[in-house]
Design a protein around this ligand. Structure first.
Ligand SMILES: [Zn+2]
Length: 256
């Protein structure tokens, strides 16, 4: 199998070397390592340079949940300084569900500002963006569109179908995680999204599962689970789906 995990937080994994080894043994050919802050972006770049297989590509970004006082300017400057190494800007976006943001208008505006600054960077360098849009699907979509973004993936999409329709109409993407086994919202969204606008990923090391289903802490090798769950959900042949997902990922991120 030659499969690509399009979204993993490699820097967060407990045992990176072991995870990369078993990814390789399970047919993972490439991983897009997605950053959330300055430290993660640095670490993922290091990993990219010292890893032969699977091939590691990086997305550089500041996640809405990782905005640190006094670090934003340096964080964005770091991305700009290493833009030639990046295949995308991400993970960026909005998320107002965090306890410290929920009732704080200033924190929301700060997220909006950091999001826009990074969208402008993506636009300037003609890079795709990886968007975190939990609970803010409509606003994230409108903001990306307003900033003239041509390529965007709404990572782990579980939002409403009307926004999904606009995402697809605009030729943006959504991505599926192993949550499509059990989450009604994820299942519904991914069932409706055309495969031509879908990527598969793991969001490693996120924990997937519920009390009723077997849980596991994801590693990049689990992108195979995402593929299998996708094919079960859409009643598709694995080989056929994989071919399309690989083509999508390569085209979206401009992988060689
Ligand atoms: Zn993520």
């Amino acid at each position: 199998m030659n499969i690509i995990d399009t979204h993993a937080h490699l820097d967060h994994l407990d045992n990176i070397e072991q995870a990369l080894k078993s990814a390789s043994e399970n047919g993972v050919e490439a991983i897009v390592a997605v950053g959330v802050d300055l430290a993660a972006n640095k670490k993922n770049l290091e990993l990219k340079f010292k890893t032969q297989h699977p091939k590691i590509y990086v997305a550089l970004g500041i996640h809405p949940g990782n905005i640190k006082q006094g670090e934003v300017d340096d964080g964005i400057q770091f991305i700009r300084d290493h833009i030639r190494e990046a295949k995308a800007i991400g993970e960026i976006g909005l998320d107002f569900w965090y306890k410290w943001v929920k009732k704080d208008q200033q924190k929301k505006d700060e997220q909006r500002q950091v999001f826009r600054r990074q969208l402008k960077l993506a636009k300037e360098f003609n890079l795709p963006v990886v968007i975190h849009s939990r609970g803010t699907w409509r606003e994230c979509f409108e903001t990306a569109k307003e900033e003239g973004i041509k390529k965007a993936v709404f990572h782990w999409y579980s939002g409403p179908l009307d926004v999904l329709e606009d995402i697809v109409k605009n030729d943006y993407f959504v991505s599926a995680t192993p949550s499509i086994v059990y989450s009604p919202q994820s299942r519904e969204a991914i069932r409706h999204a055309p495969i031509e606008n879908t990527l598969i990923e793991t969001d490693s090391p996120v924990y997937f599962g519920t009390d009723e289903t077997d849980g596991f802490k994801a590693e990049p090798k689990d992108v195979v689970r995402t593929l299998k769950a996708y094919c079960a959900l859409k009643n598709m042949e694995e080989e056929k789906a994989l071919e399309i997902f690989n083509r999508n990922a390569k085209k979206f991120f401009g992988l060689d």
